[in-house]
Ligand binder design. Structure first.
Ligand SMILES: NC(=O)c1ccc[n+]([C@@H]2O[C@H](COP(=O)([O-])OP(=O)(O)OC[C@H]3O[C@@H](n4cnc5c(N)ncnc54)[C@H](OP(=O)(O)O)[C@@H]3O)[C@@H](O)[C@H]2O)c1
Length: 326
């Protein structure tokens, strides 16, 4: 697996990240160990978790499994979600973040977190309070870089401008849901991230398993973490899956391989692949070696394109010359 820089930083990560949300839940310790082993054998070095995954067990298992390998890998985790019942046991407030980071460090069994992400925007805490707290965590060496997840474009832009004015270390990554099934971030959030040179870490790159092709129209799903998505999936989603299947069949690979390869073809996108069993990684890790043909990319781009609507489709001013004047 190739390596890449995490956005504008000097931190080198594998071009696929392993999501560990299943660890301590549908994947027990032995299964989680086997998943990590499969990922490491393929050259993977980048891991994503969160303090709220499986009530903290995901971080604990990841720390235990990595053990002495900690120095060789990059760990991203997140804070914001409820870690207790108290009113201050959640949010991006100073009070919660300073406690949350120490709890994550303990569970992970490490002295530092490579990438510390806000799990979502906090509409109740002044952004200045959150940003100065994150800066303190960076200065204390507990956190090397900071990022965000599930932000809107304006939230991201405002945060980065405030960081710039204060001279703080900027957010270096955005972690949105992003796949051939969910592309709405391309309208606003993705351009904001790109304008700020941020890495894009795509969660649920298989739409939680839908893009493996294991679900069928009109058939009740027999298994799967997000089997309920089948009921919600639109005609466009099924048409997208048909295109993915066609391209996969022609190339002699699994649909999941095509779905991840499509994301990899987009600049600065690192897919966060998930698994409940180690063998599931065979299809997703194979994407590290697949380059989609231009015709396949065009077909996938077109069939899965997000609906635009106002103001994204507001026509450009046709009475005004373009920037490239003669
Ligand atoms: N920031 C956020 O808010 C947020 C939210 C969600 C996730 N995440 C991150 O993103 C990571 C990945 O999310 P995700 O698990 O939804 O990603 P995903 O790659 O879209 O889905 C992974 C799931 O699909 C199924 N699957 C994968 N490969 C398969 C195969 N070859 N055959 C059959 N089934 C297969 C498995 O679920 P089943 O076996 O249950 O079907 C597996 O757990 C998480 O671990 C977490 O780190 C972040």
């Amino acid at each position: 697996m190739k390596q890449t820089y995490l956005g504008p930083t000097g931190l080198v990560v594998s071009e696929l990240c392993l999501g560990t949300m299943t660890f301590g839940g549908t994947a027990d310790l032995d299964t989680s160990r086997a998943i990590v082993g499969r990922f490491r054998d393929a050259g993977g070095t980048f891991f994503d978790t969160a303090d709220v995954y499986t009530g903290g067990r995901s971080e604990e298992l990841l720390g235990e499994i990595l053990g002495a390998d900690r120095d060789d890998v990059v760990i991203a985790t997140k804070a914001y979600g409820a870690t207790g019942d108290g009113v201050n046991d959640r949010s991006a407030s100073r009070r919660h973040l300073v406690r949350a980071v120490d709890a994550s460090l303990t569970r992970l069994g490490t002295d530092w977190i490579d990438l510390y992400q806000l799990h979502r925007f906090d509409a109740t805490t002044p952004l200045e309070e959150t940003l100065s707290t994150l800066e303190d965590l960076v200065r204390a060496g507990k956190v090397l870089h900071v990022g965000v997840s599930n932000f809107l474009g304006w939230q991201l832009e405002r945060a980065v401008r405030l960081q710039e004015m204060a001279g703080y270390d900027p957010f270096v990554s955005l972690q949105p849901q992003y796949s051939l099934i969910e592309r709405k971030i391309e309208l606003e959030t993705l351009p904001a991230a790109r304008a700020n040179g941020m890495a894009v870490l795509a969660w649920s790159p298989l739409a939680a398993g839908f893009l493996t092709g294991k679900y069928a129209r009109g058939e009740p799903p027999a298994e799967g973490r997000f089997a309920r998505w089948v009921d919600d999936t639109s005609d466009q989603g099924w048409a997208t899956l048909d295109a993915v299947r066609d391209i996969a069949d022609a190339a002699g690979v699994q649909p999941a391989t095509v779905a991840i390869a499509w994301l990899r073809a987009r600049p600065d996108v690192v897919p966060i692949v998930g698994a409940t069993r180690p063998d599931q990684l065979d299809a997703t890790l194979a994407a590290a070696d697949m380059t989609l043909e231009p015709a396949a990319l065009t077909r996938l781009d077109e069939v899965s394109a997000p609906a635009q609507g106002y103001p994204y489709d507001f026509p450009p001013d046709s009475g005004r010359p373009g920037r490239d004047l003669p």
